[in-house]
Design a protein around this ligand. Structure first.
Ligand code: ZN
Ligand code: ZN
Length: 185
């Protein structure tokens, strides 16, 4: 039977499940090997309520972090093609460093990193919720000049209806995104 070799310690990995998705787990070092589609599936279950535009905006909001040198220097090899697994910053700004095969065979995660990735996703969700509340209640509050928020503020009727930005009509979402753009300017 074909066995995946752990990129880190070369032990045979065992097949396992994480939230119903197939992963490989190393019993020796605790590392995980997950195919890119399966990792995406695990993450997407948490973020499917968000549009790509909103996620892109949220990404821009967190300051860019630097890749630690130790992570770039680390040598991990893909169990499928034997090539080096380059380190990359998950979601650019999360500060979580993962290693991914450039040929698309999979992603290697150290113990606890999958949970970190999910926590980061939840933080993004909470941040978006908080921003939407600010936008609905007082969009001018975050600007030094109230004029900046003038054309994107909600009408009283819209404000009444906008309890949750996911439930709001596309026109309101669009204005929320323009407001975010001005905020990030
Ligand atoms: Zn291992
Ligand atoms: Zn590979």
């Amino acid at each position: 039977m074909y066995e995946t070799q752990c990129p880190q310690c070369k032990a045979a990995m065992i097949r396992d499940e994480y939230e119903g998705v197939e992963i490989e787990r190393c019993e020796k070092c605790g590392g995980l090997w997950i195919t890119q589609p399966n990792l995406t599936m695990i993450i997407r279950r948490r973020i499917e309520r968000f549009t790509p535009e909103v996620i892109a905006q949220a990404r821009k909001m967190v300051r860019e972090r630097k890749m630690p040198d130790t992570e770039s220097a680390r040598l991990l090899l893909c169990p499928d093609c034997g090539k080096k697994l380059p380190a990359f910053l998950y979601n650019y700004s999360s500060g979580i460093v993962l290693n991914r095969c450039a040929q698309g065979h999979g992603v290697f995660l150290d113990p606890g990193e999958l949970e970190l990735v999910q926590a980061h996703t939840e933080l993004l969700e909470a941040a978006m919720d908080g921003l939407f509340t600010t936008y609905v209640e007082n969009p001018a509050a975050v600007f030094d000049s109230p004029a900046k928020a003038e054309n994107i503020a909600l009408t009283p009727a819209e404000r009444e209806a906008a309890a949750d930005w996911r439930e709001t009509p596309p026109s309101v979402k669009e204005r929320f995104l323009s407001w975010l753009d001005k905020l990030l300017d």
